[in-house]
Design a protein around this ligand. Structure first.
Ligand code: ATP
Ligand code: MG
Length: 560
């Protein structure tokens, strides 16, 4: 089903798109007066009917919040923070489910001029304290269910002065805690957003920690314009949309899609609970979700359990994906089952936004991440020489220029920040650490993280191509490949495979799968070793942790 977009064609978007236009749309005269909370909330609050949030609780109950209500609640929250002595620039973190108060805390913190960061609930005490202590956070907002975990974390995070607990009946609030409900009730409903500038810190989000310890990434208030650009050109938000971005506020995709949608006054849909195919199918059936933004794992799981979608009436106009490679097979499945082409998008916590996207205005090539976002400079660059590479040549995805979403730096890690840059013949580039090539038409094709590349018999093998091919075999639900040390070949490709439901695994099946990849790709890329697993190691955000598998394989090789 083609979307009825109103965007200029991709080729023309560069001409039609200017940051000035967005600065104007952002309703401020100069970026030296800019507060995200005003742009995404207060600006829309005049119309008392305009819905900002549809939230479905784990109990299935729907809560609706208008921009007017959001503006009032965030005024109160900003007042609460001020009364607690939270100053501009202080870090305030959240550790809570996707409940309306979480969104209030996000926007209210920005309104106060403080810096917001989210920690996903799947982290335990160590994950929380690592983040809070790293950036000397001053406050954390949480729920009674999470209060004990937060208490454990605070033993190693001494700078936290305030624990704000959202409790309906007062349970779970400890002595010395701040009661969210109590304070909100008495706080003034008036608040003038802090007079921040575009250059002031707004968000401090940590990377997913897929390759090692997570890094704190600083983003400024001007970040919101870049986010607005992707929501316009890639997400293609339109009047009347109901936008379900499944990303949690515990990683940057949450604020990107939430605040980006609200910049345009679009209603956001969110579900408190975790991913579950049946529940998701129910939600899509019950609510008029027109735009779905999720991750490949979720799409793959829906494909695994697609019977749940059989009698579901979908209102989808558009679907997108981020975070991990999206294979052509999943895109084709989406077309058949969801009735929309899932558009892949690429970004990092550091890039602050999706810098490569598939746009509704261009032909989609399934398996490609698309093209750079209009208005920014991104390309494929040789990480050693800093030279821009030709079509077909593999290098790192790189970016440069004064783009509002681009990170200021890693929190107190100047060497790590400096390591990300390379000097080239025509200037400096930021290197993403992700390998890809572009084709003759400028479409970018992801190959794998630079750290995950497999060197075998003199070939460089990007894991994604092999994993995609494996994923197209009916016996494979999920796969990850890593290098396995090998005497003659240096390494061979080893595949860890989660078999699809009802599959009986056997040595014959392994041979069949090997033959499938050999036929599809080539004799040097197919996995010479296969191991079946019930599940793959993942980060809390659901990304496959190849480094963990790699460690296992190395130990195995040493033992042998
Ligand atoms: P860490 O930096 O701590 O190791 P991380 O890189 O996973 O963790 P994020 O910033 O959350 O942390 O994720 C960005 C990374 O996710 C990208 O660098 C890339 O490897 C991967 N990624 C994002 N979108 C895509 C995509 N569309 N296709 C392939 N990979 C993607
Ligand atoms: Mg990273």
């Amino acid at each position: 089903m083609p979307s009825s977009h109103n965007l200029p064609e991709y080729e023309n978007v560069h001409e039609e798109f200017t940051w000035d236009e967005l600065y104007e749309a952002a309703d401020w005269n100069a970026p030296d007066e800019l507060n995200i909370a005003h742009e995404v909330c207060d600006r829309h609050a005049e119309n008392k009917e305009k819905v900002a949030l549809y939230q479905v609780g784990e109990d299935g109950e729907l809560t609706t919040m208008t921009f007017w209500e959001l503006a009032e609640a965030t005024n109160r929250f900003a007042n609460v923070l001020e009364s607690l002595g939270i100053e501009q620039g202080d870090r305030v973190f959240s550790y809570m489910p996707r409940i309306p108060e979480h969104y209030v805390a996000l926007v209210g913190t920005l309104k106060r001029g403080a810096v917001f960061g989210g920690v996903n609930e799947r982290f335990g005490p160590d994950g929380i304290s690592y983040r809070l202590a790293d950036c000397d956070a001053k406050a954390i907002v949480t729920t009674p269910e999470n209060r004990d975990t937060v208490a454990d974390a605070l033993e190693d995070a001494p700078t936290v002065e305030h624990v704000i607990v959202v409790s309906d009946d007062g349970t779970g609030i400890r002595t010395g805690d701040v009661s969210y409900r109590g304070e909100m009730e008495t706080a003034s409903r008036e608040y003038e957003p802090a007079a921040t500038s575009g250059e002031d810190d707004a968000l401090l989000y940590y990377t997913s920690g897929t390759t090692g310890l997570a890094k704190g990434v600083r983003h400024k208030h001007r970040w919101v314009t870049g986010v607005a650009a992707t929501q316009k050109y890639a997400v293609d938000l339109q009047e009347g949309d109901c936008y379900w971005s499944t990303g949690d506020l515990g990683w940057l995709t949450g604020p990107i899609n939430t605040l980006g949608a609200w910049f345009w006054g679009t209603a956001l849909f969110t579900y408190e609970g975790e991913f579950d195919p049946e529940t998701w199918a129910d939600l899509l059936d019950t609510y008029p979700v027109t735009v779905l933004f999720s991750v490949p794992t979720a799409y793959r799981m829906l494909r695994e359990h697609q019977e749940v979608l059989e009698d579901v009436s979908l209102d989808l106009r558009h679907a997108l994906s981020i975070g991990e490679p999206l294979s052509a097979g999943v895109v084709e499945w989406g077309e058949e089952t969801l009735g929309v082409t899932i558009h892949d998008t690429y970004g990092q916590t550091e890039t602050g936004n999706m810098i490569v996207n598939n746009y509704p205005t261009m032909e989609i090539r399934p398996g490609s991440m698309g093209k750079p976002l209009p208005g920014i400079e991104a390309d494929i660059v040789d990480p050693e020489t800093g030279e821009v590479l030709e079509p077909g040549e593999t290098g790192e995805i790189a970016q440069r220029g004064d783009y509002p979403c681009f990170f200021a730096e890693y929190w107190e890690k100047p060497e790590k920040t400096a390591d990300c840059f390379v000097d080239g013949p025509d200037g400096e580039w930021y290197l993403s650490g992700d390998l890809a090539h572009k084709d003759e038409d400028g479409y970018i094709w992801f190959e794998g993280r630079a750290d995950d590349v497999i060197l075998s018999s003199g070939y460089r093998i990007g894991p994604f191509e092999v994993e995609s091919s494996l994923g197209e075999h009916e016996a494979v639900a999920e796969a990850a490949v890593v290098p396995k040390p090998h005497r003659e070949r240096g390494n061979i490709v080893k595949a860890y495979i989660v078999p699809s439901e009802d599959t009986t695994t056997s040595e014959d099946l392994k041979e069949e799968i090997k033959a499938h990849v050999r036929d599809e790709l080539s004799a040097h890329e197919y996995p010479r070793a296969i191991e079946f697993r019930e599940e793959l190691p993942k980060t809390v955000t659901g990304k496959i942790r190849r480094t963990e598998l790699q460690d296992e394989v190395e130990e195995e090789a040493e033992a042998a």
